[in-house]
Design a protein around this ligand. Structure first.
Ligand code: PEP
Ligand code: MG
Length: 587
């Protein structure tokens, strides 16, 4: 069994489908003479589509962001059209009978070793541009591949280095039963996507793409964080049994979807959903969420072929609101940078510390025109929600200071008066901050004056408090949501918000983890936002415990001095309160 980090619970058995083989597992198949012409045509077609993408991107970025930002796509197109680039690929297809994917892989290797010898930073940057072009080309090639063959059938286990949002879109409705990645961690894209689909996932298995090829049989154990490659029949039988138990438990819990979320002593709690797209909004409704507590809008930008304009954004928000439970949606503005980037916002240079750098609201401030478009679309969507009998809340990520909060409020006012002048329908929205930065946690009291609500982004807050990059497997042992100092900070923040009567929610992944949920309930938190798949089990857990008992448990947990002791203690409590949930607790 290869071990990694357990990032989404459950058991799955299926056929491996490896993504991004181009970089790690090149196609070694040789073309037959009769296939060469077709392969050249396939490459040409992928190149034309890539070229069309790049031109569209350039036009849109120029009008919405600026000429300077758009120019990068002109550079990309010139790389794509570069005679040396094209001749090499064609030559390898014709002379060496290589597939286009294999030729691209060889080209990238050549460029990489060539560029490795230069000290020139500018030239080094250009390698990233070549890589970007190759990835785009490769994506178009695999699209063609996928429609050609039927690789995407049956229970699939996606194996990738790290799953990019665009690749998730490309998977469409494929029957994905688990996700395995080489990089990433608890809060990476792949983990978040797996949890939103309710499928098991394991991250941080170095080199697995070299061991596994498409078509291999895999077993994924999302509780232990393990992957078995081509196991024998007996092992498969044993895991089949566990897999069935996992499905049965999920089905059983999902039956509580129409029950009120209340604790055993009748205190009402809000179980909201974290969503990335319309499919997630539907899942939120199906799982019995009472609203959407976090709509991550960056996926709209990351998966759009170019830049979504105001009407396109509004259209997506409309669809999301229509599909969401009670048409109640908290929209978070673009949270790009850190682990997620789009090329048109000036993210061409790698930062040394991306998570502490130019991301989220910091980046939005530097593109006021672009930001304004999103604010306008959100305000307009609020009018649509009101018509449906629902509501929209607007939330800003990574707020660090009071000045920032005042500044965003000013920007919202400006967007609103523009719409008023243009006589476009809009509605007022509550404005909230995500509490993700330790400085904001320390100064929460003064920040509360400037916000209508708070949502604790524990995924980020934990990484900043523990100084442990959420996506770096090497420090994942320090990424501890249940560490005593983390519990203390969370407890203080929640207490302050409750005392000031400011609505407070927690929307990090810990909201859907039984042990953490129990501790948060004990802190007096009554609003939780999580991947839709976890809502039934957290509802089940809440129904089995009184608020008083949860408070007692927290009080005892706060006296423990190590994370291991906290985890052990809370696991014992869960075992007493709702033993069946153990199958759903990961790592
Ligand atoms: C968080 O940081 O907890 C959060 C919910 O936001 P994201 O995971 O998108 O950074
Ligand atoms: Mg965050």
């Amino acid at each position: 069994m290869r071990k990694g980090i357990a990032v989404s619970p459950g058991i799955a058995i299926g056929t491996a489908y490896c993504i991004h083989e181009i970089f790690v597992n090149p196609d070694t198949k040789r073309l037959a003479d009769s296939q060469v012409t077709a392969e050249l045509a396939r490459y040409e077609s992928a190149r034309d589509r890539t070229s069309a993408d790049l031109r569209a991107l350039q036009r849109k970025v120029a009008t919405q962001v600026g000429q300077r930002e758009a120019s990068i796509f002109a550079v990309h197109e010139s790389i794509l059209r570069d005679a040396a680039f094209t001749n090499k690929i064609r030559g390898w297809i014709v002379d060496d009978r290589m597939t286009s994917q294999a030729a691209l892989h060889r080209l990238l290797n050549e460029y990489t070793s060539l560029f490795a010898r230069t000290r020139d930073e500018y030239l080094k940057e250009r390698l990233n541009d070549v890589r970007d072009v190759v990835v785009r080309l490769s994506a178009h090639l695999s699209e063609v591949l996928q429609s050609d063959s039927h690789v995407l059938e049956g229970p699939l286990i996606v194996v990738a280095d790290e799953l990019l949002p665009s690749q998730v879109v490309a998977l469409g409705n494929a029957d994905v039963h688990a996700i395995v990645t080489q990089g990433g961690s608890q809060t990476s894209h792949a983990a978040i996507i797996a949890r939103s689909r309710g499928v098991p996932a394991v991250s941080g298995i170095r080199g697995i793409l070299r061991q596994v090829k498409t078509g291999d049989r895999l077993v994924v154990d999302g509780r232990e964080g393990g992957v078995l490659i081509n196991p024998d029949a007996e092992t498969i039988r044993a895991y089949r049994k566990l897999e069935r138990e996992f499905f049965d438990l999920k089905d059983h819990l999902a039956e509580n979807r129409d029950q009120e979320p209340v604790t055993a002593d009748g205190a009402r709690i809000e179980l909201l959903a974290n969503i990335n797209n319309v499919a997630d909004a539907r899942a939120a409704t199906a799982m019995g969420a009472s609203g959407v507590g976090l709509f991550r809008t960056e996926y709209l930008f990351l998966t759009h072929p170019d830049v979504p304009d105001e009407d396109e954004q509004l259209d997506v928000y409309r669809q999301i609101i229509a599909a969401s439970p009670n048409h109640a949606v908290t929209i978070r503005t673009l949270d790009i940078g850190g682990d997620k980037t789009v090329p048109y916002l000036g993210h061409t240079h790698q930062e040394a510390n991306p998570f502490m750098g130019w991301r989220s609201i910091r980046l939005s401030f530097e593109h006021p025109e672009f930001f304004n478009i999103q604010l306008r679309a959100v305000l307009r969507s609020a009018a649509i929600a009101a018509e449906m009998g629902g509501s929209v809340r607007l939330m800003f990520p990574m707020v660090t200071t009071l000045e920032e909060m005042r500044r965003v409020r000013g920007m919202v006012r400006k967007a609103s008066s523009q719409l008023r002048r243009e006589r476009k329908p809009q509605a007022e929205v509550p404005i909230g901050m995500m509490l993700e930065v330790p400085a904001a946690a320390v100064s929460i009291e003064s920040l509360l004056d400037a916000v209508d609500f708070v949502s604790i982004g524990s995924n980020d807050l934990v990484q900043y408090l523990m100084a442990a990059d959420r996506d770096n497997p090497k420090v994942s042992h320090l990424y501890q949501p249940l560490a005593p100092p983390v519990l203390r900070v969370l407890s203080d923040v929640i207490k302050t918000c409750v005392k000031a009567k400011k609505p407070v929610t927690l929307c990090g992944e810990m909201a859907g983890q039984p042990r953490a949920f129990l501790a948060l309930l004990g802190m007096g938190l009554n609003s939780f936002s999580m991947s839709p798949a976890f809502i039934p089990s957290m509802k089940d857990l809440a129904m089995h415990i009184t608020s008083g008992a949860a408070k007692q448990i927290l009080r005892r947990a706060l006296h423990l001095r190590t994370t291991a002791a906290v985890k052990r203690f809370l696991a014992e409590q869960i075992n007493e309160i709702a033993p069946n949930l153990a199958l759903l607790d990961s790592a």
